[in-house]
Design a protein around this ligand. Structure first.
Ligand SMILES: [Zn+2]
Length: 283
């Protein structure tokens, strides 16, 4: 029996997602002086200027829908980027305002950042976003309830499974579309984390992982950054991955919002209640 079922008898769901951080990157990497380090600023600018248009061209060639998570600050700087992403049938999700990591914020600050990002988002798109992905994939114990309160239909920041599941928040369940570092371009390509890997090696890792997701009926969510994966050899790798995935039967390509629509329409997802580890340790 299939471990998880997908629409029309498909075997696996596949989604390409991009965290289009843009000019928030230098501010994240060096809070004090990032704004005056021109090489760092230009590295970030490469995303909206070169990476995103190149990626959008490839997605159009292959007819693949994608989800872009954009910090409010970056969206305000590049409204034309948001317009093109939406015009070409992709989804845009919330990704903070200045790419603030929730685990560095108080509950009040976290809410203020969420609201500020929402204001930019709604001004630029005219609607409320369906999804949220936390900057650097950090969430606080109170974050899922906060997202629920502000009407988000899904989150994509946790790693507790490889099929969709629900997070119990105390204010209703929040749908989680789980990610993993193995399927993120940053640790593979960044010189401060994994070193500058060859696309060949990344293909080996991602394609093996896809084989497993196909077998176990997972939701295969690739996470890429336009300033990282918009580089020439890496866009070629993205196209190679799309062709590889298309060589399998039963693949459902979808945006995360489309996957959320499907998942929220069924009543049988597993529910995860985050454990209170502190209380458990003090027993
Ligand atoms: Zn990000």
């Amino acid at each position: 029996m299939a471990r998880f079922t997908w629409p029309d008898g498909k075997q696996v769901a596949a989604a390409v997602t991009f965290d289009a951080d843009g000019e928030t990157i230098p501010l994240v990497q060096d809070k004090e002086h990032g704004h005056e380090r021109l090489t760092l600023v230009s590295t970030a600018t490469y995303g909206p200027a070169v990476g995103v248009p190149r990626i959008l061209d490839s997605l159009k060639d292959y007819g693949i829908p994608a989800t872009f998570f954009v910090p409010g600050f970056t969206a305000e700087l590049h409204p034309e980027m948001i317009t093109r992403i939406l015009d070409e049938g992709h989804e845009v999700g919330h990704h903070g305002y200045l790419h603030e990591r929730p685990n560095t914020l108080s509950a009040e600050e976290e809410e203020a950042v969420l609201v500020r990002g929402l204001e930019s988002w709604e001004r630029l798109t005219g609607r409320h976003p369906a999804g949220y992905r936390s900057p650097a994939w950090d969430l606080n114990p109170g974050s899922p309830a906060l997202l629920k309160r502000y009407g988000f239909r899904y989150d994509s920041s946790l790693m507790g499974n490889d099929i969709p599941y629900l997070v119990s928040t105390g204010e209703g369940n929040l749908l989680e579309l789980p990610i993993q570092w193995i399927l993120d371009d940053y640790p593979h390509y960044n010189m401060n984390t994994g070193g500058i890997s060859s696309p060949e090696k990344v293909f080996e890792v991602w394609s093996s992982e896809f084989q497993g997701y196909h077998r176990y009926n997972g939701v295969f969510i690739l996470t890429m950054h336009p300033f990282v994966s918009g580089r020439p050899s890496r866009v070629l790798l993205l196209e190679r991955m799309i062709e590889y995935i298309n060589s399998f039967d039963g693949v459902w390509w979808a945006t995360l919002e489309q996957i959320a629509d499907y998942c929220l329409g069924r009543g049988d997802l597993e529910i995860w209640t985050p454990p209170d580890l502190k209380a458990l340790m003090e027993r």
